[in-house]
Design a protein around this ligand. Structure first.
Ligand SMILES: Cc1ncc(COP(=O)(O)O)c(C=O)c1O
Length: 400
């Protein structure tokens, strides 16, 4: 008798057969998403505290975003930057309006890695220099220049031969950056909160020091806000926030949440630097396409209208308080809803698996084996955080 495969098994077999095996996958297929919940083909529901790698900031299928995408799809899917577009103009204006001064100009692209490549190019064009300093534990993408700027060895090695001119400095070490910076450096680029590196952040004084070092040597400061941007840390940007010591860099890069899942990246810079950028200095076919631009405006409106940044701040406080009930947790790293739960021991991968398999809760790991990462939609509720706490209590009881 032939056995019929479940839709999930059939999907998994077909994907594995026809797609390069580059990703380690969870044992589930996602067919539908609403808010913080993901549904599978067999009707199982999962609480998504990972947001598809920090992309689903507005929650899955936010009605305002879905409606804007549908409307735009009916009008026009795409035309390149050869023509003007009202949808693009609105997205650019909206993004600049929420950016801290003096960030006033945007270049749209399609992903985080591309945004970082363009930010580094802007720095080279502005300064006429080539070298870029980045930090241990930072991740900036997988294309040639961005992977070469990524200090984490297992990624950087994949990019060999690496682009020359990349220098790495220990994150948070004040002396090291002062020694490494000089007037041959084009840019200092950092994830202000290192996400995959284990949700590590520095003190406001350190970001201020970076600003001062850049100003002293004519270096451009770039914040890679691919994860921290678009409201995730409780403000539109980490740049300019209290946690950043009020520091505003010369360029901010964004992607992930910016289009609620429609691929889009952006690089913001100042009027003064924009003056060095000429026709053809930067470019990409898809950047600024109408569908993506409609998604950007609607995403920013949804975050604003639903008070999601205030919710991100409130949920961080709630989680911090409730995590005190979990004996195996030693700290909560990060800010807003870019969070890393630090355990006493290197058990994050095991906890991640337990939460998924026993409790249907999706979380993420990091390159620090003690840190479980949470990147939930910014609309996550008290009740949903409490579900995580209840599950962690049980996981904790079986670990001890
Ligand atoms: C901080 C940071 N920068 C850059 C990237 C690269 O973004 P993308 O995968 O969209 O190219 C990522 C992706 O995880 C990231 O977390």
């Amino acid at each position: 008798m032939t056995q019929t495969l479940s839709i999930f098994s059939e999907t998994a077999q077909r994907e594995d057969k026809f797609q390069l095996a580059t990703y380690k996958k969870y044992d589930l297929d996602a067919v539908r998403g609403r808010g913080c919940w993901v549904e599978t083909s067999d009707g199982e529901r999962y609480l998504d505290l990972y947001g598809g790698h920090a992309v689903a900031a507005t929650g899955h299928c936010h009605p305002h975003v879905v409606e804007a995408i549908k409307r735009q799809a009916d009008e026009m899917l795409f035309y390149s930057n050869l023509v003007y577009s009202g949808v693009r103009a609105r997205a650019a204006e909206k993004l600049v309006s929420i950016a801290p001064a003096p960030l006033s100009k945007v270049f749209f692209c399609n992903s985080g890695t591309e945004a970082n490549e363009n930010a580094m190019r802007i720095a080279r064009l502005v300064t006429g220099r080539e070298k870029v300093i980045t930090f241990t534990g930072g991740f900036h993408g997988r294309t040639a220049d961005a992977i070469s700027a990524t200090a984490i060895g297992k990624y950087r090695e994949l990019g060999r031969p690496n682009v020359p001119g990349h220098i790495f400095v220990e994150f948070g070490n004040a002396e090291a950056i002062q020694q490494a910076a000089n007037n041959t450096i084009a840019a200092i680029m950092l994830e202000p909160i290192q996400s995959i590196g284990g949700v590590t952040m520095a003190s406001p004084y350190y970001y201020k020091l970076l600003r001062a070092v850049c100003d002293a040597h004519g270096i451009l400061l770039i914040f890679d806000e691919v994860q921290t941007g678009v409201g995730r840390t409780g403000s539109w940007f980490f740049a300019g926030s209290e946690a950043a010591g009020g520091v505003v860099p010369d360029c901010v890069t964004l992607a992930k949440a910016l289009g609620s899942g429609v691929p889009v990246g952006a690089c913001l810079t100042t009027d003064a630097h924009a003056a060095h950028i000429k026709e053809n200095s930067l470019g990409t076919t898809f950047g600024g396409g109408m569908l993506a631009m409609a998604a950007v405006t609607a995403t920013l409106e949804a975050i604003e209208d639903d008070g999601m940044m205030a919710n991100a701040r409130a949920m961080e406080i709630h989680l911090r308080a409730r995590l005190k009930e979990i004996p195996i947790v030693v700290a909560l790293r990060g800010r807003g809803l870019l969070l890393g739960i630090e355990f006493e021991e290197a058990i994050a991968a095991q906890v991640n698996r337990d939460l998924l398999e026993r409790f249907h809760i999706i979380t993420g790991t990091s390159s620090d084996a003690r840190v479980l990462r949470l990147l939930p939609p910014l609309c996550v509720s008290h009740a949903e955080i409490d579900m995580l706490i209840d599950a962690l209590k049980e996981v904790s009881a079986s670990e001890t």
